[in-house]
Design a protein around this ligand. Structure first.
Ligand code: ATP
Length: 234
């Protein structure tokens, strides 16, 4: 469903991604791992249309999305959850969720999507009139995932969902993501700096270093050899 073909992304003189290619199929979970500055966030930003590749192309469900605006890409089925759990602390939980539907411009559809998100996250429904700022880190992560679901995506691209959370809370976030994949057929593109979660969850992993893919394969298989550490540390 997603095909990233030989993309190069530059920030001025700095090349953040160098001819990077990867693909993923429907219902798949793909982990993108790698050390600081490897280009993981840039990859997500390029897919979501936040930064434009200087070269190469990106296709989502057979349509070219590289060069398109983020709102257009969202309408085609991709929702991105950026790093850092950005919630509007003084707005209520429901107002935060409604912001996710902003671009859809269809009140009935937004109400349906809101009901779906409340079904998935009863905790958000119970607290919908409270300011989002009172939520814990883990609850805020659920809120930003809920907000991403407001556009009824086929693919969620999520940047470091475990950053700064306690291990037990990270487990809950991953249980939620796995449930969304299994029950709603969502595809998941998950960026994590460390390879630990990819190995725990199983499935395919792509490792980046200095803007290039240095390792790709089944995370658990790779963890049985020295390949993971060797590729990570170069
Ligand atoms: P981290 O795990 O630290 O978030 P990352 O793998 O996500 O790292 P990126 O954030 O994509 O890496 O950064 C890749 C490279 O691009 C780094 O060298 C970074 O300093 C640089 N970079 C990222 N954003 C910008 C920007 N807006 N302007 C200039 N350089 C940038």
């Amino acid at each position: 469903m997603l095909q990233v073909d030989n993309i190069t992304v530059r920030y001025g003189q700095l090349t953040a991604l160098r001819g990077l290619s990867l693909g993923m199929s429907e219902g798949e979970t793909l982990f993108v791992t790698g050390p600081n500055g490897a280009g993981k966030s840039t990859l997500l930003k390029a897919i979501a249309g936040v930064v434009a590749p200087a070269d190469g192309g990106i296709r989502l469900n057979e349509q070219t999305i590289s060069g398109k605006a983020p709102e257009t890409i969202a309408r085609l089925g991709l929702s991105m959850v950026p790093e850092g759990r950005h919630v509007f602390g003084s707005l209520t939980i429901e107002e935060n969720l409604r912001l996710g539907a902003g671009m859809r411009g269809n009140a009935a559809r937004a109400a349906d999507d809101l009901a779906t998100v409340y079904d998935i996250f009863p905790m958000l429904k119970e607290r919908r009139d409270n300011p989002a700022g009172v939520l814990s880190g883990g609850q805020q992560q659920m809120l930003v995932i809920g907000r991403a679901l407001m556009t009824d995506p086929k693919l969620i691209a999520i940047d470091e969902p475990s950053l700064g959370l306690a291990p037990k809370i990270i487990d809950q976030v991953y249980e939620t993501l796995t449930r969304l994949r299994d029950e709603r057929g969502l595809s998941l593109l998950i960026v994590e700096q460390s390879t630990t979660r990819a190995v725990m969850a199983g499935g395919r992993m792509v490792m980046l270093r200095s803007g290039e893919v240095v390792l790709e394969g089944d995370a658990r298989e790779l963890s049985k050899s020295d390949a993971l550490n060797a590729a990570y540390f170069g």
